[in-house]
Structures are given as C-alpha cells and as structure tokens.
Design a protein around this ligand. Structure first.
Ligand SMILES: [Zn+2]
Length: 264
C-alpha cells in the first residue's frame, strides 16, 4: 500500500477472551481521493467519533482491540465485500458510500469509485482488517475455548435518512439473538434494565452489521454483540472532535460493566 497516511488499522493484542472491533472510528482518506470528495473527510465525516477513547479501559482488562484508521467513506469494514444490502428495503449505506449520512453526494459530478477502485480498496483495507480480526478471534478461542467479539460503534442521534426520531442511547445488536448465546444476551439486558441513566433497545433498528452476522457462531464458541451508541450519550454532537471526560464518564462506567459480562 503506497498511499500516504496511517496503516489501515491498529491492533493491541491481549490475553483475554474478549476481542473488540472498532471499524468506523477513523477518518483518514488518501489525499488524492479526499480531493475528489464534496467534503473534507478530515473535517467532516460520518465516523464513530471517539469510540476508541470511550473503550480505552479495555486494554488493561486483557481484551484484544482492532481499530480502523481509515474512513468508512474509503471502505466500510462492516459491510460484506459483495455489498449486498444489510437491511433490504431500508435506507442504508454501502461498501464504498456514495452519500453522507445526511444524503449529500460524496462524489460531485458523478466521479464515483470504479469497480477496479472498489476491489483495490478491498485489497488495501477490507481484506487485511478481516484477516487480522479472524486471527484474533481464533487465537482467543484457542486459548480460552470460547471468545466474545464486541463490534463497537456510535452514530449521530438524529439521522432522518437512516432512522426515525432520536436513537436510543444504547442499541444492542445480536442479529435477533442469533449472533450470541441466549444467556449472554440476557445478562446484558438485565444490566441495561437495572439502570435508568441511558435509554436502550435490543435488536431494533440496529441488529448488527456484517461483522456481527458473519462472525457470530455461538454454537462454535464465538459470541458476537454489536453496541451502537447514540453520540449524544457521551459527547457534544455539534462539535465532533471535542472529547470531554466529564460527558463520557457515566457511559464509560456502564460500558465497563458490560465488558465484565462480555469477558466472561
Ligand atoms: Zn459504526
């Protein structure tokens, strides 16, 4: 990969039974491509802002963490490589998005990625991310006999093109109960029910994307859950780059409790 910029992803390997995937927190775009876009990805992006920071306590618990550095506008790691729709019949975003969440065309003048460009992006970012994620899952399962994968996300709380109204703070996705054991799903739900600081739903609008659906095989000892957070639950959405420990503190405390359950 001869492009400028950071590696496609960073990995921290731990010895625990929890693997965490953070596929959308990066906002890097190669300069030549960024110049083609209607917006500057380094300033405005549909990234899952600060999700890596929100969960930075995990490394000390022994979890392995893989975090993408490149923008989902380059390639979306949580979509299948053949770009089949995750939510047929609903508005969704694709493998190499052509629009922002708000519906703005990313490639003015129709200069959209060619099939060759899409396959280059798969080879540069998508395939290496998934190869490494797969290796982390295998390694943890070999060591512990089982593994839990958390696919960690966040999104703006109001996005009319993608969902109605204001998103609940915490959106647990288990592909309708198929991506993890019933017991694990229930333990998380019991924890969420026991608090009243944050609103939450399970397997509602966000049921889990490609990563949740592809890797979740509870019958083979691989439990996967997706947590999609509304960004207003931990940051000022009007100022995407502004992180505040104070704003995030309550949510981080709850996520710590979730991670204890996930770590088994
Ligand atoms: Zn995301």
């Amino acid at each position: 990969m001869a492009e400028d910029g950071p590696p496609p992803f960073d990995v921290t390997e731990g010895r625990g039974a929890l693997v965490v995937s953070i596929p959308h927190t990066g906002n890097f775009m190669p300069r030549a491509l960024n110049d083609r876009l209607a917006v500057d990805a380094s300033v405005e992006s549909d990234a899952d802002h600060h999700v890596d920071r929100l969960y930075d306590f995990l490394v000390s618990t022994g979890a392995s963490v893989i975090k993408a550095n490149w923008s989902r506008w380059y390639i979306d790691l949580n979509r299948p490589a053949d770009d089949s729709p995750l939510y047929p019949g609903q508005s969704t975003t694709g493998l190499c998005p052509l629009q922002t969440f708000a519906g703005k065309a990313l490639y003015p003048g129709g200069d959209v990625p060619s099939p060759l460009e899409v396959s280059d992006r798969i080879a540069a970012c998508w395939r290496p991310y998934h190869d490494r994620l797969q290796a982390l899952i295998r390694r943890a399962r070999a060591r512990h006999g089982r593994v839990t994968l958390l696919d960690a996300h966040s999104i703006v709380s109001i996005c009319p093109r993608l969902f109605e109204g204001r998103l609940p703070d915490i959106n647990l996705g288990t592909n309708g109960g198929r991506s993890c054991s019933a017991e694990l799903r229930e333990r998380i739900i019991v924890l969420l029910k026991a608090q009243n600081r944050f609103s939450w739903v399970a397997d509602d609008r966000f049921k889990g994307g490609y990563i949740t659906r592809h890797y979740g095989r509870p019958q083979d000892g691989i439990d996967v859950v997706q947590i999609e957070l509304a960004q207003c639950a931990y940051m000022d959405e009007s100022v995407p780059d502004k992180w505040s420990d104070a704003r995030a503190a309550d949510l981080r405390a709850l996520l710590r409790q979730v991670s204890v359950i996930l770590s088994g």
